[in-house]
Design a protein around this ligand. Sequence first.
Ligand SMILES: Cc1cc2nc3c(=O)[nH]c(=O)nc-3n(C[C@H](O)[C@H](O)[C@H](O)COP(=O)(O)OP(=O)(O)OC[C@H]3O[C@@H](n4cnc5c(N)ncnc54)[C@H](O)[C@@H]3O)c2cc1C
Length: 396
Amino acid sequence: MSDTTTLDSFRVDTRAWLEAHCPPEMRQPVRNEDDICWGGRQFTFQSEAQRLWLQRMGERGWTVPTWPRAYGGGGLSGDEAKVLAQEMKRLNCRVPLQSFGIWMLGPALLKFGNEEQKREHLPKIARGEIRWCQGYSEPNAGSDLAALATRAEDRGDHFIVNGQKIWTSYADKADWIFCLVRTDTAKKHTGISFVLFDMATPGVSTKPILLISGKSPFCETFFDNVRVDKRNLVGELNAGWDVAKYLLTHEREMIGAIGDRAQPKPMGQLAAAQIGLDATGRLADPGLRAQIAEFEADEAAFRLALERAGDLHRAKQAHPAMSSMLKFYGAELNKRRLELVMAAGGSDALEWDSERSQHGAAARNWLRSKANSIEGGTSEVQLNIIAKRILELPGA
Ligand SMILES: Cc1cc2nc3c(=O)[nH]c(=O)nc-3n(C[C@H](O)[C@H](O)[C@H](O)COP(=O)(O)OP(=O)(O)OC[C@H]3O[C@@H](n4cnc5c(N)ncnc54)[C@H](O)[C@@H]3O)c2cc1C
């Protein structure tokens, strides 16, 4: 059989399986943050359908389709994974599980983890049993991340960790943390190690930080004499910067695709429902109509760019700094999308706390999107990387 025939039959089987196993409720658009399944020890499922959908997809390894079967993945080729994504989109299937484990730690462990670490952590990520958070930023180490000062003292078979992280997304909801620690104070980049530990370890505490959206997605995280077993060191001692950088490329691509992953309604339809149509059947507000047309063209082009980037990755031809381009543009596009949602909604969109506005979903999402150009590395820093590594412009 040719590759195309094999892929065609995979598509037919996949479509049939999804039709039979994706509960109808899981084919409705995600309404708000609470509809997203993050998994983990503390997670409460919103419905039996949500639990079942995660279980069924997890058993098949389709929460992480391209990871090897031995680590809880689906063992699919890149082309098969693309077919699965297309068929899920066709049926409007929700993504069964979102997690920092899938987007960030998993790829890093597959590349840098030892066999024991892969077998211990990856299947639990794939099945949504353990939720991870990211301990990178510190009060004095953001864009200049390698300035981090959280210390890990070598005590033979374990480290003792002391210090503070900040902006740790969902630290209060996470079960484990992947964390950058300083293991050599004499060197900057080559004195950093990458360690994993349970957030329930004595000495770990978190304090939520409130945002302008009224929500608190992240925390300050404190470590007070936290014992970390040496078997939880990923990669070599003092070589954590390589792991950190690799993980960041995955984080940036994930943020770049944020608008695509949200599976939003087409902007034209959304605005038409709010504003109505004119006598010729076009959106009644000509100014907004032009902005939406421009946005939709840019969004369609970016979706193709994301698909192309995926193909280049699978062919191992992607430029290492491509993630900075995707992150920069995807963040700008998502901010534009939510500005347009607000413009289409008019003053109603500013409603903050009513059933009708789903407790201010539009306004809260709009405010939240402002952080897209900060999280995962700021837009200015991405532009620096693009200028230096892709355009090869001379440094300052
Ligand atoms: C929603 C959200 C979620 C986050 N989640 C996490 C998380 O889970 N874990 C985690 O570890 N961190 C997280 N962060 C932190 C994030 O990674 C940092 O905020 C980011 O790296 C910027 O660091 P900073 O806030 O210290 O800003 P700074 O580095 O102090 O930057 C301040 C300003 O200076 C500019 N600037 C700095 N250096 C340069 C330069 N060389 N050239 C040009 N301009 C420059 C920046 O662009 C920015 O505008 C999150 C942040 C947000 C907003």
